[in-house]
Design a protein around this ligand. Structure first.
Ligand code: NDP
Length: 398
């Protein structure tokens, strides 16, 4: 039966790739959803267009100058323009919000994601970095408030769907033997190590199957994205990292799989289009049209699978090791990677330096118990400082 209550949605990271796909799905179902809040950082022109189209009650710009420019650009009255990190958390927790799409990129998305979980919102989680940095704290907050976390990463959404098919709550009680994350292999799948090391930003962001933001595209090219997803899956599905397999599947049609003790493997398939997991998250437990082209098996060609190569893609190994180490290791891994990727995109370092920076930072910054958000942020800060010093050292060496 279709639920008739209109859900009010906050889209954080509205000007990004996930934000755009979310707004596309929302616009297809005006009878089900209304847009309450749009949030971004500095993309003023894009936000002007979004506010004109979706008419949110609030638009939040993290950058205060951009908030001022947005205020000047929009007619008074329809949308209130706000700024400030605390204001964003307060708005996300407002009783007027039912659903939060957490799609700010990187560590900048952590506090608003935690705020949504604390307030018991239906949380559509695209910002994997929140779980990588503070998995225990985020999962505990959601459990305490009754917040439902719907994974938006296509792999985790696929696993969620495969587990839902079994209708039981705890993975290790329902005969799950492992989770299989599929990886496209990225643009450098067939390149040798020396060529990968010299790859340019333009080559790294040219993903073969998915259209995504720059940071996650670079992470896909280094397989750090798969590593972060491994950590994310371990928190979401309470699985030890040793029970999470990674297999390269260049067609990106099988989005991930669950292996059961009786020999069954359940998979979720579809065209590579983020509107599928977004629509699933928005409508769950129902299903709605996402505007996605149906998968045509007669045209999709063969489905191939191959091993992930951690020699050519050491970031996957580093993330797996961080997950196994526990504590704040994965937050440190994430922070060092974010700094290294930004420097790579800025053409300050070579692609091959990204894993070196992450590995050296993990060796230098101590692993702590993640007792509070403050403790996690302190290690995140130390890791960023160390990674920056590594970048300086590398640039001097050139
Ligand atoms: P984009 O780079 O396309 O968009 C990032 C969004 O975050 C923009 O709206 C940007 O605003 C906003 N933003 C950046 N910095 C800040 C800040 N300091 N404060 C507030 N907002 C900020 O990223 P994606 O949409 O690709 O990815 C978003 C998240 O979803 C990431 O965590 C990514 O890992 C995850 N994800 C993405 C997938 C994809 O297909 N793209 C797939 C699975 C997960 P502005 O434009 O103003 O800078």
């Amino acid at each position: 039966m279709i639920s008739m209550t209109r859900q009010s949605v906050a889209v954080l990271g509205a000007t990004g790739s996930i934000g755009g796909n979310t707004l596309d799905v929302l616009a297809r179902h005006p009878e089900r959803f209304s847009v309450y809040l749009l949030a971004a950082n500095t993309s003023v022109d894009h936000m002007v267009a979004l506010c004109q189209k979706h008419k949110p009650a609030f638009a939040h710009m993290a950058d205060s100058d951009s908030a001022e420019r947005l205020r000047m650009a929009l007619p008074k009255g329809e949308t209130e323009i706000v700024t400030g990190a605390d204001t964003l958390c307060t708005l996300v927790q407002s009783p007027a919000v039912d659903v939060v799409m957490a799609a700010i990129v990187g560590a900048a998305g952590l506090m608003s994601t935690i705020a949504a979980a604390q307030a018991g919102k239906k949380l559509l989680l695209a910002n994997k970095e929140s779980l990588v940095m503070a998995g225990a704290l985020l999962m505990d907050a959601a459990e305490a408030s009754g917040s439902a976390i719907l994974p938006i990463d296509s792999e985790h959404n696929a696993i969620f769907q495969c587990l839902q098919a079994n209708e039981r709550a705890v993975p290790d009680l329902r005969g799950v033997s492992s989770i299989i994350l599929t990886a496209s292999g990225g643009p450098f799948r067939l390149w040798d190590a020396a060529a990968i090391s010299r790859a340019t930003p333009a080559q790294a962001v040219a993903h073969p199957n998915w259209s995504m933001g720059a940071k996650i595209s670079v992470d896909s090219a280094s397989l750090m994205n798969k590593g972060l997803e491994l950590i994310e899956a371990s928190w979401l599905f309470r699985m030890p990292p040793s029970k999470i397999e990674v297999v390269v599947h260049p067609q990106s049609i099988v989005h991930s799989m669950v292996r059961y003790d009786d020999g069954s493997v359940l998979a979720q398939l579809g065209n590579p289009d983020m509107r599928t997991p977004i629509a699933y998250g928005l409508a769950w437990p129902e299903r709605i049209d996402a505007g996605v082209e149906p998968l045509d098996f007669l045209k999709s060609g063969p489905l191939e699978f191959e091993a992930a190569d951690i020699e050519r893609f050491p970031c996957l190994r580093l993330a797996r090791e961080s997950a196994a180490a526990g504590g704040t290791a994965s937050a440190v891994c994430n922070a060092a990677n974010e700094v290294a990727v930004a420097a790579f995109l800025d053409e300050q370092i070579a692609f091959g330096n990204i894993p070196i920076i992450v590995e050296n930072t993990l060796a230098q910054v101590s692993n702590q118990e993640p007792e509070s958000i403050e403790a996690v942020l302190a290690q995140d800060h130390l890791a960023r400082q160390y990674a920056l010093s590594e970048i300086k050292r590398m640039r001097k060496g050139h």
